[in-house]
Design a protein around this ligand. Structure first.
Ligand code: IPD
Ligand code: CA
Ligand code: CA
Length: 438
């Protein structure tokens, strides 16, 4: 299928029309609503501009389907795999728009058979129109643009704010610092589509963001690729263009070897998002110790996988020594038997990484220390792991309290240290829950 230059010009006109609505909106009162996540807003103009674009673009390509950020049109469906699909972000940079800050842009992508085919991005404040069509090059106000041939060390880059999640935002800021050391400077603009245009037009060398919606990068992807740049996820893999993704957009001059380790950042991020409770705060751990103190009770730990991390977390809290009675690290089967009293029969029948062993570790530790509470952890933190490869991340946690023991089984993902950290946090949560149940 072909798309005439005239159709692309109609898309540009529609984006200019949207820009007109957006410019005029500054003179009116905004009705702002919250969407899911932190500082994620929508105004009446996000919705009305999308409606305007849908209506206008359906006259340009009557057969085309629509996907847009607003009005419940944000899901890519199997029907979208075939034929034309407009992918619209009516206002990209809504928070900037609300604060009368530049940039906020209109982004219209056009997919053919599930892949970006054409795109236009219009910046109302400056009148910049970026556009591209597959195989035809990318343009800014009719002038051909190319991404920069310069190496990272001679570039400015854009960092995404990842503001939807505090964990993601923290990681993005750490990553921005890693980039800062390697380039002329790091900028944040508040508009993903604008950043992609800045890379496409050679002003910036790179842009990264830990999660973008399809509408954020649908148009920018083709504009960047037609300008000689590259867009991938953080593992360097091609984007699926079926939904949201981590995005790494870079100019032609930037080589893999110049980049910080984005793949391991992505692993970390996945791990953090998987453990939404995250690490317990000092106040939370102090709260557990206080509950025990008030009841004149004590706790002990028997750890193999976590090698003392659970007890160390409690020992971080000043004054913990009156409550934390004993902390055992029992890596070998022999140590589990002699120090924690796990029976040889259990170890033989169920292995060291099992619910039965976790139970006996907790019960044996409590008995040895004369404590009313005990936590245990046993598991496989990373390769080489247990009898089968898929055992990495399998963890059993035991919590003994006032004569009864509970055991949890977890299957964690992430790096060795992430698995161990999650085990520590979940073990402490188990004890907190038991104390609040009594
Ligand atoms: C947002 C902007 C922002 C990016 C967010 C996007 P919106 O789009 O592109 O720069 O950091 O991830 O959601 O909500 O203003 O259309
Ligand atoms: Ca957006
Ligand atoms: Ca938007």
């Amino acid at each position: 299928m072909e798309l005439s230059r005239e159709k692309l010009a109609h898309m540009e006109d529609a984006a200019r029309g949207a820009g007109e609505i957006i410019r005029k909106a500054h003179e009116t009162e905004l009705l702002v609503e919250n969407k899911e996540g932190h500082a994620n807003f929508v105004t009446q103009y996000d919705r009305s501009v999308q409606e305007y674009l849908t209506e206008r673009l359906s006259r340009v390509l009557p057969d085309a389907r629509f996907l847009g950020e607003e009005n419940g049109m944000d899901l890519f469906t199997p029907e979208d795999e075939k034929g034309w699909l407009f992918v619209i972000d009516p206002i990209d940079g809504t928070t900037n728009f609300m604060h009368k800050l530049h940039p906020h842009v209109t982004s219209i992508g056009l997919f053919l058979d599930g892949k970006p085919f054409a795109g236009v991005i219009f910046v109302p404040e400056t009148g910049q129109m970026f556009s591209a069509m597959r195989g035809q090059g990318a343009f800014e106000n009719g002038r051909r643009i190319h991404s920069s041939p310069r190496p990272l060390s001679e570039q400015v880059i854009f960092a995404g704010s990842s503001g939807y999640s505090m964990e993601a935002a923290k990681l993005a800021q750490q990553l921005a610092f890693e980039f800062q050391k390697k380039c002329h400077g790091v900028r944040t603009s508040g508009s993903a589509a604008y950043n992609l245009c800045m890379v496409a037009s050679g002003r910036a060398g790179l842009y990264f963001e830990s999660r973008l919606g399809l509408w954020d990068f649908a148009a920018g992807a083709i504009i960047l690729e037609e300008a000689g740049g590259k867009i991938t996820d953080w593992y360097g893999e091609p984007l699926s263009f079926r939904g949201s993704s981590a995005v790494l957009a870079r100019s032609g001059g930037i080589l893999d070897g110049e980049l910080p380790d984005l793949a391991s950042c992505m692993d970390t991020l996945k791990g953090l998002l998987e453990n939404p409770g995250g690490e317990l705060s000092d106040e939370e751990v102090a709260g557990i110790l206080d509950s025990l103190r008030q009841r004149r009770e004590t706790v002990t730990t028997v750890e193999s996988l976590t090698a003392g991390m659970i007890s160390a977390r409690m020992a971080d809290i000043p004054g913990s020594s009156d409550v934390l009675k004993m902390a055992l690290v029992t890596y070998s089967d022999a140590a589990k038997e002699s120090l924690a009293g796990v029976s040889a029969k259990t170890l033989k029948a169920h292995s060291a990484v099992s619910a039965e062993t976790a139970r006996e570790m907790a019960e044996g530790g409590a008995k040895k220390a004369g404590a009313s509470a005990a936590l245990s952890a046993t598991g496989y933190a990373g390769p080489p792991a247990g009898p089968e490869d898929d055992t990495v991340g399998r963890v059993f946690l035991g919590c003994f309290y006032r004569g009864s023991t509970e055991v949890e089984e977890h299957q964690y993902t992430g790096s060795r240290n992430q698995v161990r950290g999650k085990a520590r946090d979940d073990a402490l949560r188990m004890l907190r829950r038991r104390l609040s149940d009594e």
